[in-house]
Ligand binder design. Structure first.
Ligand SMILES: [Fe+2]
Ligand SMILES: [Fe+2]
Length: 164
């Protein structure tokens, strides 16, 4: 594996672990509002991000590379409202999609074909991630962060199972 690819993969592992940390922070915010369903949903999302990081970690070693660890940045810890929190989640997923796209472009440029195949899974996953975040954000905008509708959405998000 070329050093430039190894560096880029390590950077992406850091992005995925940052995402995990960020979503755990959003989960903590929802816990503080006693919105247990939202907190549960974000906690699972944080766990899922960790599995993305580990998928790349394993791939790096399958290719005879090595994971090197950099500091994980502090995520936002305060949010104005549930809608604001999901707005930030949505923006973050759009940003992650851009980083995956750049990584794929690099793999094409460097003619690293196995890396292109590996990244196709992540490209499809980002479509799903953006869709999920957008749906919840749009629902929050519709119900305006309050009342019975927020309570019902919290119940619905609380039903998420861990494979999602
Ligand atoms: Fe991810
Ligand atoms: Fe996902």
């Amino acid at each position: 594996m070329k050093p430039v690819i190894q560096e880029a993969l390590n950077r992406q592992i850091n992005h995925e672990f940052y995402s995990s940390y960020f979503y755990l922070s959003v989960s903590a915010y929802f816990e503080s509002l006693n919105l247990g369903g939202f907190a549960h949903w974000m906690r699972l999302q944080g766990e899922e991000e960790r599995t993305h990081g580990m998928k790349l970690f394993d791939y790096l070693h399958d290719r005879n590379g090595q994971a090197t660890f950099e500091a994980i940045a502090q995520p936002p810890i305060e949010f104005q409202s549930p809608t604001d929190a999901f707005q930030q989640v949505m923006q973050h997923e759009v940003h992650v999609t851009e980083t995956i796209d750049r990584l794929y472009e690099l793999a094409v440029q460097e003619k690293d074909y196995p890396m292109q195949v590996e990244l196709q899974w992540f490209i499809s996953e980002q479509v799903e991630e953006e869709k999920q975040a957008r749906q919840i954000l749009d629902q929050l905008k519709m119900i305006g962060d309050q009342g019975t509708a927020l309570y019902l959405l919290d119940k619905e998000l609380g039903e998420r199972e861990s494979d999602g």
